[in-house]
Design a protein. Structure first.
Length: 263
């Protein structure tokens, strides 16, 4: 066992049953390319090599990479930061959409998620099964008019089908994290075409709206509507960000940028 490095957010999974349940969350077939994020000491890696023919591991910790290389030589190890991965290039190299799995470091969960959302929208990632902080998992599936509903909720639900597979106790890790976790599956390529919109435009509208979530959209989006030369319809202007569904935000984004509504 290697000593966990705090700055890398390492909490090594110790429970074999939890590991088996996480791997079982993938719907990938044996020949599909599977990419593991941060394998650490290999709690999932051995199970993945038993179930799939093509496993790639992204690991920034050289000590962990050496463990994986020694125990599972068939695994293709990429020694790099997960935030530096070019998902499109990797998909082209492996010649098929990717199936991603991993225990996400808590401190970079959100940027990893946004990278995967972009990759999923481009068709480079088919699904992602990830363990993350339970409170973050709740935000992914949160519904409008709830405290958890926000920027991440809209971004994820517009791009993917999100579901919490099961909770995970803090007691199955070494060292024990301060919070409990959950395993989430994101499935891409199944969204209603009516939810398709320019991602950069959508995120700008959503972030601007939620940055002042207690204000009405008339006030929170004032600078944006002014720069775009658009005036919000009254039924939208009087609402707050948390009252709009992901599809409402898509409709609003298209309106603000002068695009016709989806049929």
């Amino acid at each position: 066992m290697i000593r966990p490095i705090k700055r890398l957010g390492q909490n090594f999974l110790q429970d074999p049953n939890t590991a088996r349940n996480i791997v079982a969350g993938l719907v990938a077939k044996r020949g599909d390319p599977v990419v593991e994020i941060g394998p650490g000491t290999g709690a999932l890696t051995g199970l993945l090599t038993d179930a799939f023919d093509r496993v790639t591991a992204i690991e920034v910790d050289e000590r962990a990479a050496e463990i994986i290389e020694d125990l599972w030589p068939a695994v293709d190890i990429r020694r790099m930061d997960i935030l530096d991965v070019d998902w499109q290039a990797l998909r082209k190299e492996l010649e098929a959409p990717l199936h991603v799995i991993g225990n996400l470091p808590y401190y970079i969960t959100t940027p990893i998620l946004f990278d995967l959302l972009d990759a999923g929208a481009d068709g480079d990632v088919k699904e992602a099964v990830m363990m993350m902080q339970y409170e973050v998992a709740e935000r992914l599936i949160a519904q409008p008019r709830t405290k958890q509903y926000g920027i991440l909720s809209v971004a994820v639900q517009q791009a993917a089908r999100a579901e919490i597979l099961f909770p995970v106790s803090r007691n199955v890790f070494f060292p024990k994290p301060d919070v409990r976790s959950a395993v989430v599956r994101l499935t891409f390529g199944e969204q209603d075409p009516a939810l398709h919109v320019d991602t950069a435009h959508l995120r700008m509208v959503v972030r601007t709206a939620f940055n002042q979530r207690r204000k009405t959209l008339r006030n929170s989006l004032q600078a944006l509507t002014g720069s775009l030369g658009r005036e919000l319809p009254e039924d939208v202007a009087s609402k707050r960000a948390e009252e709009l569904s992901p599809s409402d935000f898509v409709t609003l984004t298209r309106y603000l940028h002068g695009m016709p509504p989806r049929p």
